[in-house]
Design a protein. Structure first.
Length: 406
């Protein structure tokens, strides 16, 4: 069975963290998790539609997995419609599951879809997954008949106006994906700059008698759109794989390790360190004396030095902290927190765009934070920047900046 994984977006809302599908969870990029979960469900052929920012990491992942795959650059600027248009016709002549590379779901959903697709009694043209929502979500809602056949998708109808409790998530099976591409092509020929070609093409097919069966799903769904979602996705993976301590790690007997903690290979946990909650410590990392780590994802080759406190955060690989507080913060790789650096995390007024009460800093790759720096809630610091010592950072800092104050 063939899967088409779409990862051609520019990840603009995810910045300054880089590419979403290259972000690592439990030591593996998100794309690898996506492919291996599909493999477990029986998918053995893959088409990857990539963008400008993730070609190198995508190639590395495909080389590592050594799978039957084809890689195409998204050459049309029309969102998901552009991704489908970027695939040659000859690769769309067999049934295919179209998947958003950024959306993590339970393995059971993929297994159920695989069974449905291979069921000889299943005769509909397509399957779209509808995530059952128990409260309003600003997405596209399915309107369907009593046989669970899709009639239309109502985008962001407003609370109380939903036609159902099912939100469209991009796990879409098409028995004839070339027919779907042709419908997209026809629509874009009339409006080459359209960004709704994917949805409109599906609606036009429905109007002509195309039957899309809705598969109801009430499991976990972890999309990544903004930086906070990376942390939430890390928590999903930690809970999924459960607590495990690699036998090569060195755990001091005075340390406290409780709850769902995963500790990788060659990790050293020093005297009186406390690691609790849903926490992952990547390979070859050091947890220093008296450090506290709770509900956090620490990448490989990190040094969490003496008296550091990290809560509800994601730290990318090769990062370092020194006797400071990092709360509700997400960083890319190779970030240095100098001694006594702190990230404030309690929202007051309208400090950042999302709805979370707590949000620390969002920090790109290769950033150096000086001694005794304080970073206010929701601040974003671009990659390859340096924040000089003893400063209080109230506003975002662009990439490649030597920040010495206001």
């Amino acid at each position: 069975m063939q899967a088409i994984i779409i990862i051609g977006g520019v990840s603009s809302r995810f910045q300054p963290l880089g590419d979403k599908t290259s972000f690592e969870f439990l030591g593996k990029p998100l794309l690898e998790h996506r492919i291996t979960s599909l493999q477990k469900a029986g998918f053995n052929k893959f088409i990857i539609v990539h963008g400008d920012i993730n070609l190198e990491q995508t190639n590395a992942t495909l080389k590592k997995l050594n799978i039957d795959s084809k890689l195409y650059h998204q050459s049309y600027p029309n969102g998901m419609a552009g991704a489908i248009m970027s695939i040659p016709d000859q690769d769309l002549n067999e049934p295919s599951l179209i998947v958003s590379g950024n959306d993590t779901v339970d393995q059971k959903l993929l297994d159920d879809l695989s069974s449905k697709i291979q069921d000889p009694n299943f005769t509909n043209d397509a399957i779209y997954v509808g995530k059952q929502m128990h409260e309003y979500f600003p997405g596209g809602y399915f309107k369907h008949n009593n046989q669970n056949i899709l009639e239309t998708i109502v985008e962001k109808p407003g609370e109380g106006n939903q036609p159902s409790d099912l939100v469209n998530i991009v796990y879409h099976f098409h028995r004839n994906p070339l027919k779907f591409k042709n419908a997209i092509s026809k629509y874009l020929s009339q409006d080459p700059n359209a960004q709704d070609g994917y949805e409109t093409a599906a609606q036009n097919l429905i109007n002509s008698g195309y039957q899309i069966y809705i598969h109801r799903y009430d499991g976990n769904w972890n999309p990544i759109k903004i930086p906070k979602h990376a942390y939430l996705t890390s928590q999903y993976f930690i809970k999924k794989y459960g607590g495990k301590i690699d036998p090569s790690s060195q755990i001091h007997p005075s340390s406290i390790i409780e709850d769902t903690v995963i500790i990788g290979a060659n990790v050293k946990v020093s005297e009186n360190a406390i690691i609790k909650g849903n926490t992952y410590i990547g390979d070859n990392s050091l947890i220093g004396e008296n450090s506290i780590i709770i509900d956090s994802h620490i990448g490989k080759n990190c040094k969490i030095n003496t008296n550091s406190e990290i809560k509800r955060s994601y730290l990318g690989s090769n990062s370092k902290t020194h006797a400071g507080y990092v709360g509700d913060t997400i960083t890319a790789q190779n970030v240095l927190f100098g001694y006594g650096a702190h990230t404030a995390n309690l929202k007051f007024k309208d400090m950042f765009e999302d709805t979370y009460e707590k949000m620390g800093a969002v920090i790109g790759a290769n950033v150096k934070i000086g001694v005794n720096v304080s970073i206010m809630p929701g601040v974003k610091i671009g990659s390859n920047s340096t924040v000089f010592p003893k400063l209080c950072v109230y506003n975002d800092i662009e990439a490649n900046t030597q920040f010495k104050g206001r």
